[in-house]
Design a protein around this ligand. Structure first.
Ligand code: ADE
Length: 247
């Protein structure tokens, strides 16, 4: 998967050199490039923001640097195919890269969305700051391509960088080959719509607390039933909104 990130804080993303995503980059499973939005400004101060039309607090990110930065990636990374040379061009990636802008005003990021995004060959993340990006940037690129505003949750971050890191980690680990044992992806919170069951390892007794005896029983049916029960109990207690409506 090719991932491009546009940001005014490229240094944020140095952490993506470590851990599973770092390994996936080294092995070539993820080709990740970070672009500085300020490289696409044309004034002495490299300004990326200005006051909002209509008034109000804060600053809004100017459309021009965003337009140029995205155009640059689109033309250099995804050159438009010359259809006269190849009229029967395969259509698998014809949808083009998916542009994602993290925003508290976006649709909610979920495990289901992460699974969908993991199937995309090309993602471009645009990290907004301040009061957001001029709306025309989204409208312009949505005209010829795919644009999604995506929120991590109902709270406000200072900018999109941390949200993009979270999304890349959630999506990256679903790319085949990134997680060594794919079975470990199956029994996780949200994979089956419920929170995951509690886990235990050795020793069997610690600070007066014993591992639930069923887990030591060797009875796989009983263990599976206990885990399912724990999932349901935990989900009902902590996240009742995830349970299907009772009819
Ligand atoms: N940028 C600011 N707040 C955000 C949020 N909750 N999710 C995604 N991007 C954001």
């Amino acid at each position: 998967m090719r991932i491009d990130i546009i940001t005014i804080f490229p240094e944020f993303f140095s952490v993506l050199d470590v851990s599973l995503v770092g390994k996936a980059r080294q092995s070539g499973l993820i080709d990740l490039r970070v672009h500085n939005l300020r490289d696409h400004t044309h004034d002495r101060h490299h300004s990326v923001d200005d006051t909002p039309y209509g008034g109000g607090a804060g600053m809004v990110m100017k459309p021009e640097p965003w337009g140029d930065a995205i155009d640059d990636i689109l033309t250099h990374v995804y050159p438009v195919a010359d259809l006269t040379d190849a009229p029967d061009l395969p259509t698998a990636t014809d949808a083009g890269p998916l542009l994602i802008f993290p925003s508290p005003a976006g649709e909610l990021f979920t495990q289901a969305m992460a699974r969908k995004l993991a199937e995309e060959p090309n993602l471009i993340f645009g990290c907004g700051r301040y009061e957001g990006i001029d709306q025309r940037v989204f409208d312009h690129f949505a005209e010829a391509g795919r644009v999604r505003l995506v929120s991590l949750g109902d709270y406000v971050l200072n900018g999109g960088e941390v949200a993009v890191m979270a999304m890349i980690e959630a999506v990256g680990r679903l790319i085949p080959g990134v997680v060594g044992n794919p079975e470990s992806l199956v029994e996780e919170s949200h994979e089956d719509g419920l929170l995951e069951y509690p886990s235990y390892t050795k020793p069997a007794a610690w600070r007066g607390r014993d591992v639930p005896p069923v887990l030591l029983s060797g009875n796989h049916g009983a263990i599976a039933a206990w885990r399912r029960e724990q999932q349901l109990e935990r989900t009902a207690r902590v996240r009742p909104d995830l349970l299907p409506p009772a009819n």
